[in-house]
Structure formats: structure tokens, C-alpha cells
Design a protein around this ligand. Structure first.
Ligand code: G3H
Length: 258
């Protein structure tokens, strides 16, 4: 609180962007753990960022899942122009989330709100490796994977490692392994330790972490004091073009030193 009065939200945004070595931070007042409306404001901030960042061309926007993404999706507005068209795709195949917060559903919702188009990637959970591999050969899957690989924009959230592992019903062994490796953050189905190093990857199709490096527009959205550690860990090695949309509560914990 005191720091905010001294510095103001703009200063916090600048400090945080500098601290992570990224292009831009947008900091919304409040704490999304306690005030759900803060997540709605993340959505408005995302909409403004997209208005500003999406070029006047055919864009392919790859999106991840989660509850934050599901809420922000509702806040997009028409992002089409005569020369700008947007196709939303899921960034990665099913990683164990409930239908309402799966990347497929979020991409459909975003497309509807933004008056763009979407393509789904249908890959059921819990497949044997053999079935999974043969499914990958399907032309319809290959086509969507081709679109995903051409994405010029990625939008994703950041979660707490063990919370995400439990929510996605990962096995006891996996949970134990994540604890042993000190996993604190999760994004894109990858798990990171405090230094931002990948310690585990859920094997799924779609975008790989290394692909994100070369994507011109990357927007990460996560807030709440409970996620400060996770955000700090993931953002350490995030690509420098990343825009982070977060809240004051997370920003303050991070800048104080998590
Ligand atoms: O990868 C991160 C998670 O999708 C975050 O999920 O928005 O429900 O906390 P959440």
C-alpha cells in the first residue's frame, strides 16, 4: 500500500517490466484472489492490448486454458477490421482441464466475442501412446497443428505448480516428482522451479515452450498474491516480447522479493 502511494501504479508497471526484462507490464489495482472483478479488468486490459498489438493482417492467435483465460475471454470486443482478421486456435492439446476451461472452449469464446474465427483441436485425454500417435497422423489434426505452428500471437496464464497438477488429476508419482524438483509454476503444460527452469513437461501436441520465443505477440495474464511466486518463477525466463497483465497484489509481493 505505502509503496503504491509513493510510486503509483504506472511506476510499479515500469519497475516490474524492468525487473523481468520484458516489454510491458499492465498492473490492475487490487487483488484478484479477493476481488473477482480484478480478473474482469484483466480482460479489459487484454482487449486493449490486442487492439494495439494485433497487426492489420490475418492473425493466428493461440490461446491456453484455465479459469483466468475463461474469464478474460468474455471481455473481448470486435477486433476485426477491413484488413485485420483473427483466427483463434488452442495452443496445445488437452492437458487435463475441465471442458469449460479447456483451450478449445476459450478459443471459441474469444473468437465469438472478437468476431473472428476459430478452429478446435480434438484430442481426447487418456489415450494410449499408439492411439495418440496415429491420431496425430489424421489430416484434420495435422491441418489445425499447421495453423497453430503459424501463430503470431499467444495468450496464456500462469498457475501454481502443485495446484495445477492436482486440478488436472496428475498421478501421485507425478505430484511427488514435482515436489522433489521444487516445481512452483506451471504454464503451457510445463512446470518450472523458482529459477524459471523447466522441471517437467506434460507430453501434449501443439506449441512448445521454445516456439514461444519466436512469436511476436505474447501476453501472459495472472494475478493474486497467491500466484506471486509462480508468476515470478515463470517470468524469469519468459520471452522478452511478453506483456504481463497482473494485479497490484502480485506485483507488490514480487517487487518486495518473493
Ligand atoms: O497454466 C496456468 C493455468 O492455466 C492457470 O489456471 O487461471 O485457473 O489459475 P487458472
Amino acid at each position: 500500500k505505502i509503496m503504491n502511494q509513493l510510486l503509483g501504479v504506472n511506476q510499479i508497471e515500469k519497475q516490474l517490466a524492468e525487473y523481468f526484462g520484458i516489454k510491458r507490464c499492465v498492473v490492475v489495482a487490487g487483488d484478484s484472489d479477493e476481488q473477482p472483478k480484478v480478473v474482469d479488468e484483466f480482460g479489459e486490459a487484454l482487449n486493449e492490448a490486442l487492439m494495439q498489438l494485433l497487426p492489420e493482417t490475418q492473425n493466428i492467435i493461440a490461446v491456453m486454458g484455465g479459469t483466468t483465460m475463461a474469464t478474460v475471454a468474455e471481455h473481448l470486443t470486435n477486433l476485426e477490421t477491413d484488413t485485420r482478421h483473427n483466427l483463434f486456435v488452442p495452443a496445445r492439446g488437452g492437458i487435463g482441464e475441465a471442458v469449460t476451461v479447456q483451450a478449445n472452449s476459450i478459443s471459441a469464446m474469444m473468437a465469438t466475442k472478437a468476431k473472428g474465427n476459430y478452429r478446435a483441436l480434438y484430442v481426447p485425454e487418456q489415450l494410449s501412446l499408439a492411439t495418440y500417435n496415429s491420431l496425430l497422423q489424421e489430416p484434420s489434426i495435422q491441418e489445425v497443428l499447421g495453423l497453430i505452428s503459424q501463430a503470431n500471437c499467444v495468450i496464456h496464464s500462469i498457475g501454481r505448480a502443485l495446484h495445477m497438477a492436482a486440478r488436472r488429476k496428475m498421478t501421485e508419482e507425478e505430484l511427488l516428482m514435482l515436489k522433489q524438483k521444487n516445481a512452483v509454476a506451471e504454464s503451457f503444460g510445463y512446470f518450472f522451479d523458482e529459477m524459471g527452469k523447466v522441471v517437467y513437461k506434460v507430453p501434449r501436441i501443439g506449441l512448445e515452450l521454445k516456439d514461444i520465443q519466436d512469436i511476436p505477440i505474447v501476453i501472459a495474464i495472472a494475478g493474486g498474491h497467491s500466484k506471486a511466486k509462480a508468476i515470478n518463477a515463470y517470468m524469469k525466463n519468459a520471452p522478452e516480447q511478453t506483456w504481463l497483465i497482473t494485479d497490484e497484489a502480485a506485483a507488490n509481493v514480487i517487487l518486495k522479493g518473493v
